[in-house]
Design a protein around this ligand. Structure first.
Ligand SMILES: O=C(O)CCC(=O)C(=O)O
Length: 211
């Protein structure tokens, strides 16, 4: 496995120049430490407390499983979203989510009407390989992904199996923007880890096209 962005270069609370990952057929840009330490701490604590977290169930290989993480969906009233057979109706934006969204929109250079929140309670919680390529996200979705809390590894690999997987460690306050053909050509995920890690909240801001 190749690590394109050296985790040791994480600059929590110090926003350096955005780093473009070298991925064929993808546009992925990493903004390290876009949320400064105290601001990121406050958002993490606020989200853990205020968000309506739930554990959804998914059907896999004919059996129903609890998703290995907690989730929540917030957004404009018409931003209903379906993935892995789960349909999520949006809760209304909170003041905190609007503040975080403004930073993600600035990094991504676009606007978002919804956000999927994922809460990884410890290293056993994870996100499997997938692409955010549902029809309601349009042909070349822009996704603004904000990470708060424990550093977790984010992995990408091409859908056609060519090349190596790429890993980036996403830290407290980082913002990763995926755009262009990324979702068409690449899968991504956040694997389990045996390392003892604390809680992490990830927010993926999206634009759902109302059907
Ligand atoms: O937690 C992460 O960094 C990944 C989240 C993700 O892949 C998603 O929400 O689609």
């Amino acid at each position: 496995m190749r690590t394109d962005v050296d985790p040791g270069r994480s600059r929590i609370g110090v926003h350096g120049a955005p780093e473009r990952l070298t991925l064929a057929g993808a546009e992925v840009v990493l903004h390290r430490g876009l949320f400064g330490g105290p601001e990121a701490d406050a958002h993490l604590a606020g989200l853990l407390d205020e968000v309506k977290w739930s554990q959804q169930q998914i059907a896999m290989f004919g059996r129903v499983h609890d998703e290995p993480r907690l989730t929540a969906w917030y957004g404009d009233p018409d931003s209903r979203y379906t993935y892995s057979g789960i349909t999520m109706d949006p809760s209304p934006w909170t003041d905190r989510l609007l503040v975080i969204r403004a930073v993600a929109e600035d990094a991504a250079g676009t606007t978002f009407n919804s956000v999927l929140l994922n809460r990884y309670r410890d290293g056993r919680d994870s996100m499997g390989w997938h692409a955010d390529d549902e029809p309601e996200l349009g042909r070349a979705p822009v996704i603004g992904s904000v990470s708060l809390g424990a550093t977790r590894r984010f992995r990408l690999r091409r859908k056609d199996g060519s090349g190596d997987a790429v890993a980036v460690d996403l830290a407290h306050g980082d913002v990763l923007v995926m755009a262009g053909a990324t979702q068409a050509n690449w899968l991504h995920g956040a694997p389990k880890t045996a390392r003892p890690v604390g809680e992490r909240v990830n927010l993926t801001f999206r634009t759902v096209i109302a059907g």
